[in-house]
Unconditional design. Structure first.
Length: 263
């Protein structure tokens, strides 16, 4: 509204100025009437052009002013508040695991059932009926000097075995000692000997811990007793006549993790 009022006043002022100039020229007689009309027309046309230009400028100024006022009146959007991550709890300290002893797998007892026999034979009616039983001696023999029961295959004593043990039942009687021998490669060594004989069954337990990691063979042996010696001649013979003691062996096993409660 204010811009339009200024435009009307300015236009009126220019028209009046043109009329005044025209009247002055007529009074002085300097310009003819036709010339005055042309001048007025030119001024009016110029006034229209100037008025249109000024109107455009004023409209632009008014629009810009209105837009600025509207922008100032509109409240600014609040700045975005940064989102903070949720508070984190301190990590829970777990107690360190206590050291534990590795649990060894329970290995089954290994029954020794393959043997090379000299003056031994498979028997029956022994202490443990479901296990193999062997009987040695019990006779006189001209040729045999020793009765032996020797394992046909060697066996590795596993280093992981907790308490490897040779376990068997036996009974014997005679004048000669009986022996349990072991071989770890090239020669036999003594594991145990028995001199007090009895025909009552007893269980023997022999620790094999020091043989861990080695291949072993087991042997049971007893020397023959010389009961007669003759020279040649009619009805005679050369050499010694021997007697082998009675020795029964039963349930011969190697137990990897032997415990006394296994009895």
């Amino acid at each position: 509204m204010q811009g339009k009022s200024i435009f009307i006043l300015l236009t009126s002022f220019l028209v009046l100025l043109a009329l005044a100039c025209s009247a002055s020229a007529n009074n002085s007689g300097t310009l003819p009437v036709e010339s005055n009309k042309g001048t007025v027309a030119t001024l009016v046309a110029a006034t229209d052009v100037a008025g249109a230009s000024m109107k455009t400028t004023i409209d632009a100024v008014v629009a810009a002013t209105f837009a600025a006022a509207q922008s100032a009146a509109t409240p600014a959007a609040p700045e975005a508040t940064p989102t903070l991550p949720p508070p984190t709890e301190p990590p829970v300290q777990k107690p360190a695991p206590s050291p534990t002893t590795p649990v060894q797998a329970t290995a089954a007892a290994i029954s020794l059932e393959e043997w090379k026999m000299a003056a031994f034979a498979v028997s029956s009616g022994c202490r443990v009926a479901e296990s193999p039983c062997y009987e040695g001696g019990g006779r006189q023999d001209q040729a045999v000097e020793e009765m032996t029961l020797t394992s046909a295959k060697s066996l590795l004593i596993d280093p992981a075995w907790k308490n490897p043990t040779l376990v068997f039942w036996h009974k014997f009687q005679g004048s000669q000692p009986v022996y349990v021998n072991i071989n770890t490669g090239s020669q036999w060594g003594r594991l145990k000997s028995f001199t007090v004989n009895s025909m009552t069954w007893s269980q023997v337990i022999i620790d094999l811990t020091k043989y861990k990691g080695k291949n072993i063979s087991i042997q049971f042996s007893s020397p023959a007793e010389v009961v007669q010696r003759k020279g040649g001649g009619a009805g005679g013979f050369y050499g010694a006549k021997t007697k082998l003691d009675d020795w029964f062996l039963n349930a011969i096993q190697i137990v990897p993790n032997y415990e006394p409660t296994n009895n």
